[in-house]
Design a protein around this ligand. Structure first.
Ligand code: SF4
Length: 336
């Protein structure tokens, strides 16, 4: 497939990363997500490399993202009963929000609580594991031209400077040609370059490393063992948690698989959305309820005569959710 939209390309890069991570250093257990980051910087594709045993322990906390307020509670919940204000570090926001988060955490079985007069006490159910090994950012640019290379260079420089990611990559499509070396020279040397050839669909061999990235986790001159500051560590964990809960197939929640024109098409080992009316991969923005060609699947598809309860739209959404589950299941520790 030659991707005709950056969105379609992004999905193929996500699937490639799921199949082939790490592209130059051999297989590493990882989860993949897209469109995550901070207020200042949103990454196209995010790969979170995980420790398999710790990842299994993380899964015991459920399938949903643990958001930043909940993380404050879950990471610091004590082994023995304690008043939440004694047990948790001082937040830089009012305690009443922490109290709400403690209740929310208890409702989700992330911690347990009990009342002692007016005081809410909490205790952990299990320790929150240190499951994130590395966070990798990939920028996707199927058609790299001079102005795109300029913009990307700025963004990648920002990634290098903040050290939020351990590695930054650019993914670009070659369709048989070499990428213009002059464009690559614009990019910071720390960023890796991955040239993809998805003309025959996606598999684990459909990309080549054109430039190896540097490890950004330590500033130049820092020795081994130098750690990031706690605030950066927390931000990385928040991104990893969002990646865990969201995966990269979450477009099923914003696009319209319940439209009769919506299809999933196979591109090698990837499934990508396809609009039969527009004859292309629709963007997430155009494939919405306001699309002029949106046509709800007929009610008959959802009842008699359709083998999947709820009709094809619901079936597609379930299929994509199952794929995310399967990828999480693939990560197992050797002791499992
Ligand atoms: S017609 Fe519009 S809503 Fe329907 S699948 Fe195509 S882009 Fe999506």
């Amino acid at each position: 497939m030659t991707p005709d939209a950056e969105f379609g390309y992004e999905l193929l890069v996500c699937r490639y990363a799921e199949l082939a991570w790490h592209p130059s250093e051999g297989p590493r257990p990882a989860i993949v997500s897209r469109q995550l980051g901070t207020e200042r910087r949103r990454w196209d594709t995010v790969v979170v490399e995980v420790d398999p045993a710790a990842f299994s322990a993380r899964r015991a906390f459920g399938d949903r993202t643990i958001d930043s307020d909940l993380l404050h509670v879950v990471r610091h919940a004590p082994a023995e009963w304690a008043w939440y204000r004694d047990a948790l570090p001082d937040p830089d926001y009012p305690w009443r929000y922490v109290r709400q988060a403690v209740h929310r955490a208890a409702e989700r079985d992330l911690v347990e609580t009990r009342r002692d007069g007016n005081r809410v006490r909490l205790r952990r159910l299990r320790p929150y594991p240190d499951w994130v090994e590395r966070v990798v950012a990939i920028e996707n640019k199927p058609n790299l031209d001079a102005s795109a290379a300029d913009r990307l260079a700025d963004q990648l420089r920002h990634d290098v400077a903040t050290g939020l990611a351990d590695e930054a990559w650019l993914a670009t499509e070659t369709t048989g040609d070499r990428v213009e070396p002059a464009l690559l020279r614009e990019l910071p040397v720390e960023a890796g370059v991955l040239t993809t050839d998805f003309a025959g669909g996606v598999d684990a061999d459909s990309a080549t490393v054109a430039w190896h990235p540097s490890d950004l986790s330590r500033p130049a001159g820092a020795g081994r063992g130098d750690r990031r500051d706690p605030e950066t560590e927390t931000r990385r964990l928040e991104i990893a948690e969002r990646a865990y809960g969201k995966g990269w197939r979450s477009y099923r929640e914003t696009m319209r698989p319940d439209c009769r024109h919506f299809e999933l098409r196979r591109e090698g080992r990837a499934l990508v959305p396809y609009c039969a009316a527009k004859r292309k991969v629709p963007t997430a923005r155009e494939c919405s309820g306001s699309c002029p060609e949106f046509s709800p699947e007929p009610p008959a598809w959802r009842t008699n005569g359709w083998p999947i309860a709820g009709g094809p739209g619901k079936g597609i959404a379930r299929l994509l959710a199952r794929r995310r589950e399967r990828e999480r299941d693939r990560i197992r520790s050797e002791d499992d």
